[in-house]
Design a protein around this ligand. Structure first.
Ligand SMILES: Cc1cc2nc3c(=O)[nH]c(=O)nc-3n(C[C@H](O)[C@H](O)[C@H](O)COP(=O)(O)O)c2cc1C
Ligand code: SF4
Ligand code: SF4
Length: 254
């Protein structure tokens, strides 16, 4: 079983490839996937890194996670997708798993670089097409080897922590979560055609249509930026800081 969350398709692509290599079934983490059954086989988790830690939606899902009665997963692995580096996201996941009713921690973790999706602060923007393409190619090349190591269930993982990793995960991340994980700055422009895609696709059902335009409900936004990146009219902005910025290019069916 591979549990995955993907805001804009990077982690989904990685999860799908790993599922094919490993012959595992996929289960998407969103508010409607509480039915995933965790038995005593292998459990894989694939998700993006948000502010050098787990997306809120993944943290909340792990809290509710429990194995079937009388069983616990034998081997738990994670593959994180990131723009650059993950800080101590793997340690956060291990801690969250151990605190859950799953009865197991994280055995091994890998990180892979994928096109950046974070655009809400000045200086942060999507990768150039060349950089994005190179990241995807390198990751797709690396996945068979990662899958081989996951299959063998031996050896060390490989993550890119980046510089000042501890500071990023344990000092900057709480500040980011407190002040920047918010749907309040989201707005749509006159370019909106009322197609409803953003409302249909929000993984936390935080968007509702009202008078032909989206409104954000200030409930469970996980800051995945799917609404920003997938709007066909480029009609969504997060305050003024995303104005003029490009959306992430589509990956396959993302
Ligand atoms: C809110 C947010 C925070 C992010 N924080 C990080 C980060 O700390 N480190 C990093 O390398 N990439 C970061 N990124 C980039 C994503 O981890 C990366 O683009 C990921 O592959 C997106 O996967 P997805 O398409 O499955 O959502 C962040 C993206 C978002 C939206
Ligand atoms: S996806 Fe874009 S165009 Fe469609 S309803 Fe949402 S904001 Fe409007
Ligand atoms: S409102 Fe937008 S950023 Fe927030 S969870 Fe929904 S799609 Fe993601």
């Amino acid at each position: 079983m591979i549990l995955y969350f993907s805001g804009t398709g990077n982690s989904r692509l990685v999860a799908e490839r790993l599922a094919a290599f490993l012959g595992e079934t996929l289960c998407s983490i969103d508010n409607e996937s509480m039915g995933c059954r965790i038995g005593d086989g292998t459990l894989g988790i694939v998700c993006p890194v948000y502010a050098w830690g787990l997306p809120r939606i993944v943290e909340a899902f792990i809290k509710r996670l429990r194995a079937d009665a009388g069983s616990r997963p034998r081997y738990v692995w994670a593959v994180f997708t990131c723009g650059d580096d993950i800080g101590y996201t793997d340690t956060c996941l291990d801690k969250a798993l151990r605190a859950s009713r799953l009865g197991a921690g994280l055995d091994v973790a890998f990180s892979v670089a994928m096109p950046n999706t974070y655009v809400c602060l000045p200086g942060f923007t999507v990768d150039t097409p060349e950089v994005a393409t190179r990241k995807v190619e390198q990751t797709l090349q690396a996945l068979p080897q990662i899958a081989g190591r996951l299959k063998a269930q031996t050896g060390q993982g490989e993550v890119v922590r980046g510089a000042c990793a501890w500071l990023k995960t344990y000092v900057l991340r709480p500040l980011f979560n407190a002040f920047l994980v918010s749907d309040k700055p989201f707005r749509s422009s006159e370019a909106c055609t009322g197609c409803t895609l953003c409302a249909q696709q929000c993984p936390t059902r935080d968007i509702r249509m009202d008078g032909g335009r989206p409104i954000w409900l200030h409930r469970d936004c996980t800051q995945c930026l799917r609404c920003f990146h997938q709007c066909p009219q480029r009609a969504i902005d997060w305050g003024s800081s995303t104005e003029g910025k490009l959306q992430k290019r589509r990956l396959g069916r993302s």
